[in-house]
Structure formats: structure tokens, C-alpha cells
Design a protein around this ligand. Structure first.
Ligand code: SF4
Length: 705
């Protein structure tokens, strides 16, 4: 891949999982000009408001430019020695499991890989988890149950080729705007194409919807179990595909029939008009080319994994998977949640799509890394990890590129846990975050525009993120700081990386190591890529095995899955409501999510007034009937309280909110605004399978301030 001019760099956006290609050039004054890359297959030149403002976020104000120990600036050698010595002492006194890493979908794959290798292979702790746990862990678990691997079968092109796109729990217009633009453009070109939005809220995504189903929180399993039955009972079944390539249909049908025998029962479960449910079912039955896109409204639930499987069941029944214009499609929130999954950076994963449940895999990874202390069992998932910090079971934590004091549910518990923790290290590119305030050591990280490595987007496409300029001050890439700790702990050879290309090659080799095709993730074709070609690497989709063309776009269309018998699995699922029901004391259900122009806890998007102008303050969206019931005035202040905590926000009354529910954005922080952290209010209940928290359903009460 040739650079079009010396000063134009082809890179990828720092924000969401669409993974748009960006053409960027430094303006010589600390900023950059930015445009969409017309050649990148994710966006073909498009950018959304956040991506197009990337150049405005590069200023040095607020940057962390040197390590900090106990509040005073320090050099890298002193900081690294201090961290390595504390880790060594804590491991010696309490065992390696007393150390945890909490990492992020904002890390590049190379950072992620070294973090995973260092903690699980050499320090020997099980407790590495990522903020991607909050974003897509239910999809990972659902994919593994159905396909035998964590694999998204389709491509973005399928969303354009479909005759029917069903968006479930996804405000694509705000959260994945370029994908939304692609669907909107396809729909304009083909007016017969239909879009259905399944979401308790009427969002901007509904602007292109032919049908909006504002279902009750947590009732998705009922809706898709009902669809499974309808398709089956009306003969919309790919019998050949089901018989040859799947198992488990009868149990899935029995479970569906028990709770939702007909459309009327589904409508009751979901709080929807039966006619609207019937219309969705008829459209799906008619549309061979159906894609079901799902996101946080599905994943962030105590039944998230079951919701994912209820959706996949309908695609297995109809054989609508892995072929143009059809399939279940999980869209990830962060730019590199997928890369994290690939290196194994979830506490229940090992490495390169290998898990702890396979002793052969554990032995394989141990031999490949020549790891002296390989962890051999799953560690604590995010909620339990911070609980274990709170109880003192975990005595040291290294937080990288994320802000859990704001973004975790029951955020007050997370703050108290970090306050009580013996040793907290935070790597970030900004100095002042709610989490950084609780750190004993701050390490200055390279930021977007300085980082060099790869990311993977929601369609399994690996793209390069390239630097526009050197990192300022003493800021360094996360992989470098991790490698330096590895060396100081006595593992110089294992962490002898001279650049991201070295790490990428090792990651690719591990993906192909003793991989006979049974493991989904394999990028062996680039296992020996020299640094010069790594620099110019074109975006490509995995798997790309050694000797293959690399052009395979879709998976499972041939009916060959990654289970031991190569058959896909129907999973029998039963609808259940959210864990915590509304009560007399807490009569409303709080849903949380994102605004169009903000990203996570605003450490980057909060730096540009243009983006902040979209929604300058966080608003609690309340239906007018509920506002009248609880004495709230439009634009007045509301006190929001749950069993877990409280926050204050300005009220926005809107008929787009389902009565009995309220909505609040997750971005605002204790540092940036007195409005406080909405996650103080949010319950920490998690899906028992995926460990993903139920961020969309917390019983609350509201009152005027
Ligand atoms: Fe960036 Fe996502 Fe917007 Fe693309 S859609 S420009 S990846 S935020």
C-alpha cells in the first residue's frame, strides 16, 4: 500500500467498531487534517462527526507527558523499576493471582498481545480482563455456543445486500454512524429494502425504519423465540441445512413453545401490539436476504448470551448465514474489541481463540511462549475483578486506556475498591481522569496519531493504525511499557520486541501454531511479514491461512462450523426478565447508552467544542407522563437514585421514551462535570454466562431537585 503523498498517512479511526479508514496529515501546529479513506472497505471515504473531528483532538492540553509516582514526576527507568519491584514483591508474598490487568478495546492488538502474554504467561496471573467485557462478551459467548468459535459470519456488504435489516438493541445512527449511512444509502437505491428497529427507545435510527418495535426491556428472547416458532410452523425452514449442518432444533423449539406458543403470548411478553409482532414475522418469513444486526441492547443484559442465541437460532433454521445479504451480525462498540478477543484478552480466554477448557491448548500456548508460569484457569471477569480488588484478594492492578471509575456499573464500588487497593498503575494519554486520581503510578501512553499497530473491526477486518507524529514528551506505546516490565521481571528474551511488527508476527504465528483449521482465528499468511510490508499492510479479513488467497469474506455458508462435529448448535433458551424488576420504591427502569458525538468518558471527544455542542450536558430522557407523575419539569434538575447510588441530571421530557423507563448517557465524569457519573446508579448484575453487566435495566426513582 503506497502512501499517496509523503505527509498523508492512511490510518484508522480511534472510536467505534466500524473501523473506518482515515487519511490524516499533521498540520504542523499540533493538529491534523482528516478525511475518510476512499479505498478502505469499511467506509469508502465516509466519516461520521466523531471521526471527522479527530484532528481537533490532538492538542497537548491535559496530556500526561511523563511518568508520575505518588504525585511527583519521574523518569521511565524509575517508574518501571518501581512497578516491576512492586509486582514482584506482591507476587512473592501473595501469589501471582494477587495481580490483575484491566485493559481496553482502545488498545491496539500489539499492546493487547503483550499485556496478555506478560500477565497470563510470565507473571502467571489469571486476572486479565478488558472493558470489552461491557461491550460484547455476550456475543462472544453466544457465538461460541452456536458456532464453536467467536466468529462474526458476515461482512458489512451484507447490510447493503439484504432485503430486510433487523436492528436489535442498536442505535446504529449514533453509535455506528457510517454503517448506518451505508444502510440508508442502500435503502435509497432499493426502495423495497426494509429496515426494522427493535429498541425500547425511539432513536435516530428509527428515521429510516419501516417498523419500530419498542419492546419491554429484556424481552428479546421472547421475540426471537416466537419468530423461530413462526418460521418453523409456517414452513420457512432450510431442511437440508438443518439436517446436515445443525443439532438441537427440537429442544430449541420446545423451549420456545413453552413460553411463547403464539404471537399473542409474544406480544404480552414484549409489551408490543400483536399486529406489529406479526408484521415483523411475516417480513422475515418473506425475506431470504435477512440480516439481524445486534449490539449493546442485546449484549448488556443478564440474559445477553441467551438473546444472542435466540437470534442465531432463527438464522440456523433458515440457513440464512454466511451468504450474501444474510446472517446474524454483532457490531462491536470499540475500535479494537475484536483484536482483544483475538489475542485472548478476556479473563476466560487464553490466547489466539484458545481457551482454558482445552488442556491441549494450554500446553500449546505454554510451549509457544516458553512461558514459565502460564495461568491454567479462567480469571475474574470485570465485575468480579473489581470486587476482588475491594476485598483485598487482588492487591495490585494495572489499568490501561480506560476509566473504570466512570464506565463500570456500581461505579462507587469501583472507586472504593481502587482507593483500598495496595498498588494501582494507570496508563493513559491524559493526566486527569477519575481513575487516574486513584493511581499510585501514572504511565504516559501514546495516543491516536502517535500509535502504531493494528485493529480489527466488526467484520473481522484487520487494518493498520499508523502514526502521524512522534509521541510528545515521554509518552510511549503501551506495548513498550509492558515489554520493559517483562524484561525487568527477568524475561528479556520473551519481551525483546523492537517494534509493533515483531509483536504482530508473533501473534500471527501463534494463531497458526498447530492449527489444523479447527481454530477459527488464523492469520498464518502474514506470520513472516517483514517490517517493511507490515508498515504497508492492506486491510484484510481473517481467517487468512498460510497458502490461501485471503479473499474469503463470509463464513459458515457451506455449513461447516467450528464445533468438534462441524455442526452449528441451536441453543434452547427461555425468556426471563431483567434481574432487578421495578418496584414501588424504585418504579422506573433506567437505560444507559451513548450520545452521537461523545465517546466513552470523553477523554478525547470532550476536547473539541464542536462535538460537545451536540449535547453540552447529560440529559435524563423521561416520558411526559412519567415527568408529570414524579413532578419533573422539562429542563429542571432530577435526582436519580437506585439501590446502588445516585446522580443528578437535567430533565428532557420526550415522547420517544417508553413510559416507565428513563435514559441517561454514560459519558460524563466526576472530573468533567458536577452532574456526576450515571454508572454510580447502575446495577452490577451480570449475565451468568458471559459476565456482561446489565447496563440497560436498573430500577430507579426520580425526584425534582
Ligand atoms: Fe470512526 Fe465509527 Fe465514525 Fe467510522 S463510524 S468515523 S469508525 S466513529
Amino acid at each position: 500500500l503506497a502512501r499517496e503523498a509523503r505527509d498523508i498517512v492512511r490510518t484508522t479511526c480511534a472510536y467505534c467498531g466500524v473501523g473506518c479508514g482515515v487519511l490524516a496529515s499533521s498540520d504542523g501546529q499540533g493538529g491534523a487534517t482528516v478525511a475518510g479513506d476512499p479505498a478502505h472497505p469499511a467506509n469508502f471515504g465516509r466519516l461520521c462527526s466523531k471521526g471527522s473531528a479527530l484532528g481537533e483532538t490532538l492538542g497537548l492540553e491535559g496530556r500526561l507527558l511523563a511518568p508520575v509516582i505518588g504525585g511527583r514526576p519521574a523518569g521511565w527507568d524509575e517508574a518501571l523499576d518501581h512497578v516491576a519491584n512492586r509486582f514482584a514483591a506482591i507476587a512473592a508474598a501473595h501469589g501471582p493471582d494477587a495481580i490483575a490487568f484491566y485493559v481496553s478495546g482502545q488498545l491496539l492488538t500489539e499492546d493487547y498481545y503483550v499485556a496478555n502474554k506478560l500477565l497470563k504467561g510470565f507473571i502467571g496471573s489469571r486476572h486479565l480482563d478488558t472493558n470489552s467485557r461491557l461491550c460484547m462478551a455476550s456475543s462472544v459467548a453466544g457465538h461460541r455456543r452456536a458456532f464453536g468459535s467467536d466468529t462474526v459470519p458476515g461482512t458489512y456488504e451484507d447490510l447493503e445486500l439484504a432485503d430486510l435489516v433487523v436492528l436489535v438493541g442498536s442505535n446504529l445512527a449514533w453509535c455506528h454512524p457510517v454503517l448506518f449511512q451505508r444502510i440508508a444509502a442502500a435503502r435509497e437505491a432499493r426502495p423495497d429494502m426494509r429496515v426494522v428497529v427493535v429498541d425500547p427507545r425511539r432513536t435516530a435510527t428509527c428515521d429510516i425504519a419501516d417498523l419500530h418495535l419498542p419492546l419491554a426491556a429484556g424481552s428479546d428472547v421472547a421475540l426471537f423465540n416466537g419468530l423461530l416458532l413462526h418460521l418453523h410452523d409456517t414452513g420457512v425452514v432450510d431442511r437440508r441445512f438443518v439436517d446436515r449442518h445443525t443439532v438441537g432444533l427440537d429442544a430449541a423449539l420446545a423451549a420456545a413453545r413453552a413460553a411463547t406458543p403464539d404471537v399473542a403470548a409474544v406480544a404480552r411478553w414484549c409489551g408490543l401490539p400483536a399486529a406489529d409482532v406479526a408484521r415483523l414475522y411475516a417480513w422475515v418469513a418473506q425475506s431470504e436476504r435477512t440480516v439481524t444486526v445486534y449490539s449493546q441492547g442485546v449484549n448488556q443484559s443478564s440474559a445477553g448470551t441467551d438473546k444472542v442465541n435466540a437470534i442465531i437460532n432463527t438464522h440456523l433454521l433458515t440457513g440464512r448465514i454466511g451468504r450474501p445479504g444474510m446472517g446474524p451480525f454483532s457490531v462491536t462498540g470499540q475500535p479494537n474489541a475484536m483484536g482483544g478477543r483475538e489475542v485472548g484478552a478476556l479473563a476466560n480466554q487464553l490466547a489466539a481463540h484458545m481457551d482454558y477448557d482445552d488442556p491441549v491448548a494450554i500446553d500449546r500456548v505454554r510451549r509457544f511462549w516458553q512461558a514459565p508460569h502460564l495461568a491454567t484457569g479462567a480469571g475474574h471477569k470485570a465485575i468480579d475483578l473489581f470486587r476482588a480488588i475491594g476485598t483485598g484478594e487482588i492487591k495490585a492492578v494495572w489499568v490501561m486506556a480506560t476509566n473504570p471509575a466512570v464506565s463500570m456499573p456500581d461505579a462507587g464500588q469501583v472507586v472504593r475498591a481502587l482507593q483500598a487497593c495496595d498498588f494501582v498503575v494507570v496508563s493513559d494519554f491524559v493526566r486527569d481522569t477519575d481513575t487516574a486520581r486513584l493511581a499510585h503510578v501514572l504511565l504516559p501512553a501514546a495516543a491516536w496519531g502517535e500509535k502504531d499497530g493494528t485493529v480489527t473491526n466488526s467484520e473481522r477486518r484487520i487494518s493498520r493504525q499508523r502514526p502521524l507524529r512522534p509521541a510528545p514528551g515521554l509518552a510511549r506505546p503501551d506495548w513498550w511499557a509492558l515489554s520493559q516490565i517483562g524484561r525487568r521481571l527477568g524475561y528479556a528474551e520473551a519481551f525483546d520486541y523492537h517494534g509493533p511488527a515483531d509483536i504482530f508476527r508473533e501473534h500471527a504465528r501463534l494463531s497458526a501454531f498447530e492449527n489444523d483449521g479447527a481454530r477459527a482465528f488464523d492469520i498464518g499468511a502474514v506470520a513472516d511479514i517483514p517490517a517493511s510490508l507490515y508498515d504497508g499492510l492492506e486491510p484484510f479479513q481473517w481467517p487468512w491461512r498460510a497458502g490461501e488467497s485471503g479473499l474469503q469474506q463470509r463464513l459458515f455458508g457451506d455449513g461447516s462450523f467450528h464445533t468438534p462435529d462441524r455442526r452449528g448448535r441451536f441453543v434452547a433458551v427461555t425468556p426471563r426478565p431483567p434481574c432487578h424488576a421495578a418496584t414501588e420504591a424504585f418504579p422506573l427502569v433506567l437505560n444507559t447508552g451513548r450520545y452521537r458525538d461523545q465517546w466513552h468518558t470523553m477523554t478525547r471527544t470532550g476536547r473539541t467544542p464542536r462535538l460537545s455542542a451536540h449535547r453540552p450536558v447529560p440529559l435524563l430522557a423521561v416520558h411526559p407522563d412519567d415527568a408529570a407523575r414524579f413532578g419533573l419539569a422539562d429542563d429542571g434538575l432530577a435526582h436519580i437514585e437506585s439501590r446502588w447510588g445516585a446522580a443528578v441530571m437535567r430533565v428532557q421530557t420526550t415522547a420517544e421514551q417508553r413510559p416507565g423507563t428513563v435514559f441517561a448517557p454514560m459519558h460524563w465524569t466526576g472530573v468533567l462535570s458536577a452532574a456526576g457519573r450515571v454508572n454510580e446508579v447502575v446495577n452490577p448484575q451480570a449475565d451468568p454466562i458471559s459476565g456482561q453487566p446489565e447496563l440497560k435495566a436498573t430500577p430507579v426513582r426520580v425526584s425534582a431537585v
